[in-house]
Write a protein that binds this ligand. Structure first.
Ligand SMILES: *Cc1c(COP(=O)(O)O)cnc(C)c1O
Length: 380
């Protein structure tokens, strides 16, 4: 069986180094908010070309904390509306709700699976205060357009980069990590500083051996609040300035991430190589391949195809020993948890959820495995 994702194989090369780190952290006798976290925060901020990085417990908390941080700064208020793509992974939407804000769903583009900037405008009301752009499946959203809309309407831009570590925009021939905070066209605009949420859940492009997450931003005031909010809202021990939470990236996970971060670009390049082969060699009228402009704005967290009779294709691949996964089978507005939304209609989102199928994709997938997957797909 070619597994959809072989996490054991991904982490195997680090085994000895992981064990050494464990020994070291164990020997340090200091397991939360220590040197490994500081090292990682510095390295990840630098990697993203941002001023600040705040390590947190997971990707969901990263999003919640960003919204809570803006609320503490008085830039958001309970009940404010946040625009979010209707086809995102449910965590993006739940995070908005957890921060006592109101998610407003906007349809994606069928081609890119990312939020359609043109449709954002229609959903802006007096209560709209932020846009949460999700770089779904590893491809950056159209940040230039989104930032422009945000600037015109005085909206905060938050990015869910849980699936897009290392994706860069090539605007003005300058390479910047995750565009919002550092985009050249916006750097002068002091107010539009933004914040980006990452997850280090094991299956992400940069994953640890448990839960982990981080926030990056250039906003000094926001960073200061976030360092405190993740630690019970305290800056000085036992003095609580904010109503914070407990969400910290622990020393052991940070130490593992310190080992893996230097290989992230190579891993992403390997993913793109596989994507290039899938895109040029899969030739089957029944299969719609994903859009990619061939730039580094896509890190192929997932390679997501579409097909009309998805169950038949998935079964056929399974019979041929190829494991696939559906990301995601039920759109958020059709979930039982959101019963008030169940009658809403988002045709593009629904089409995506009915037709998508994720092929095996990871930096450790071999050429032979890719050969086989392509051959089997072309015979379908
Ligand atoms: C994984 C993921 C999250 C949540 O990350 P966790 O670390 O699992 O909490 C949020 N948004 C998206 C788009 C994700 O893929």
């Amino acid at each position: 069986m070619i597994p959809f994702l072989d996490l054991k194989k991904i982490n195997q090369p680090y085994e000895t180094a992981f064990q050494e780190k464990l020994k070291m952290v164990l020997g340090n006798g200091w397991y939360i908010l220590g040197k490994e976290l500081e090292t990682f925060e510095k390295a990840f901020a630098e990697y993203n070309q941002t001023k600040y990085c705040i390590g947190v417990g997971n990707g969901f908390d990263a999003l919640v904390l960003i919204f809570k941080g803006y609320t503490e700064l008085g830039k958001l208020q309970k009940g404010d509306e946040v625009i979010v793509p209707a086809n995102t992974y449910i965590a993006s939407i739940l995070a908005i709700m957890q921060a006592e804000l109101v998610p407003v769903l906007v349809e994606p583009k069928l081609e890119t699976y990312n939020i359609n900037p043109v449709l954002i405008q229609e959903k802006i009301t007096l209560k709209t205060k932020a846009i949460l752009a999700v770089h779904l499946y590893g491809q950056l959203s159209e940040m230039e357009k989104i930032n422009e809309i945000a600037n015109q309407n005085n909206l905060i831009v938050v990015e869910d980069a849980a699936q897009s570590h290392g994706a860069v925009t090539n605007s003005n021939n300058l390479k910047f990590q995750i565009p919002n905070a550092t985009d050249v066209t916006l750097r002068e605009v002091e107010e539009n500083l933004g914040a980006v949420a990452f997850s280090f859940y094991p299956g992400k492009n940069l994953g640890c051996l448990g839960d982990g997450g981080a926030i990056t931003t250039n906003d000094a005031a926001l960073a200061k609040v976030l360092f405190s909010l993740r630690n019970y809202g305290s800056e000085v021990k036992y003095h609580n300035k904010y109503v914070g939470i407990n969400s910290r990236l622990d020393e052991l996970q940070a130490s593992f991430l310190n080992l893996k971060l230097p290989n992230l670009n190579v891993d992403n390049e390997n993913r793109r190589k596989i994507a290039k082969r899938y895109l040029s060699e899969i030739k089957n009228d029944k299969i719609i391949l994903p859009f990619w402009d061939l730039s580094e704005s896509h890190v192929f967290h997932l390679f997501v195809i579409r097909t009309e009779n998805r169950e038949a294709l998935q079964q056929y691949l399974s019979q041929n020993n190829i494991q696939t996964v559906i990301h995601y089978p039920i759109p958020p507005h059709k979930q039982q948890a959101f019963v008030n939304w169940n009658n809403l209609s988002f045709p593009i989102t629904e089409k995506i959820h009915n037709e998508v199928l994720s092929l095996p994709m990871s930096p450790v997938l071999t050429e032979k495995e890719v050969d086989f997957i392509i051959k089997v797909l072309n015979k379908y």
